[in-house]
Design a binder for this molecule. Structure first.
Ligand SMILES: C[S@@+](CC[C@H](N)C(=O)[O-])C[C@H]1O[C@@H](n2cnc3c(N)ncnc32)[C@H](O)[C@@H]1O
Length: 240
């Protein structure tokens, strides 16, 4: 029952949709020592949620599962994770491949769905690394590099300076401090080309720290975000 209670608490106040289902919880008895009771409707919805979760886990281990599909590692909002739509990830991945050129190296900094899309493209003509704080992405093996923007140059020794043809980055927070620190990493890694995705409100700071300009292309996410997002580049890209 504990796990049900924990889940229940997640949407106790919000009454929002949880995995696409409208779940409305209601306290049955106000004098009941603050122990929440679930209505039969809520219980049924929870049972359905668990069933779907089991099915998702089952799919992950079955043979046909595409380990690179966006959402195969679910968003963790505590880590400011908001995945791109499939179309946006595709567009950014293709842009990175063209910008990197033949045999190019691409670094995805805090942008795991672009990494996943690049792997789906399965190109033989480029290589890619994923720099990420979330260790769940270590399932991708040697291409995964643990990265914390708070220690922007704390990188493995074999990650040589200016060794990537393009760096694509999407810092976790819309703050100048986060952008400035991520910019240190980007400038260390790139041979020159930078593709940054962040809030429209970061335009001035992006120009200040990275010399990038806003593109016409508007990135979209799987879920609608309150903040307007944009892409910024420092080279002639296909995103305009
Ligand atoms: C706004 S999301 C960008 C994800 C991008 N939209 C995508 O679909 O690939 C920010 C990313 O920063 C990562 N992140 C969270 N905390 C971090 C930290 N301390 N250092 C570096 N990256 C971090 C998150 O795991 C997440 O992948």
């Amino acid at each position: 029952m504990t796990h049900v209670y924990a889940l229940f608490r997640c949407f106790w106040h919000s009454e929002e949709s949880f995995y696409g289902k409208e779940v409305k919880a209601r306290k049955m008895d106000d004098d009941d020592d603050d122990i929440p009771q679930l209505s039969s409707h809520t219980l049924a919805a929870l049972q359905e949620f668990y069933l779907e979760q089991q099915q998702r886990e089952g799919m992950k281990t079955s043979q046909g599962f595409n380990q690179y599909s966006i959402g195969s590692i679910e968003e963790d909002w505590q880590l400011s994770q908001f995945w791109y739509s499939d179309e946006t990830a595709s567009c950014l991945a293709k842009e990175a491949v063209v910008a990197a050129g033949e045999g190019g190296r691409i670094a995805c900094v805090s942008a795991p769905s672009v990494y996943q899309k690049l792997k789906e493209l399965d190109g033989k003509d480029f290589s890619v690394c994923i720099l990420e704080y979330d260790r769940r992405f270590s399932v991708y093996g040697e291409e995964f590099i643990f990265y914390d923007y708070n220690q922007p140059l704390n990188l493995p020794e074999n990650l040589l300076p200016h060794s990537f043809d393009i760096v694509i980055a999407d810092p976790p927070y819309l703050s100048e401090e986060c952008l400035q620190k991520t910019a240190e990493t980007i400038k260390y890694l790139t041979k020159g080309k930078i593709l940054l995705c962040t809030g429209a409100i970061m335009e001035e700071q992006a120009a200040k720290h990275l010399g990038v300009k806003m593109c016409k292309f508007i990135p979209k996410h799987l879920r609608n975000l309150a903040n307007e997002f944009r892409c910024y580049v420092n080279y002639a890209s296909g995103l305009d």
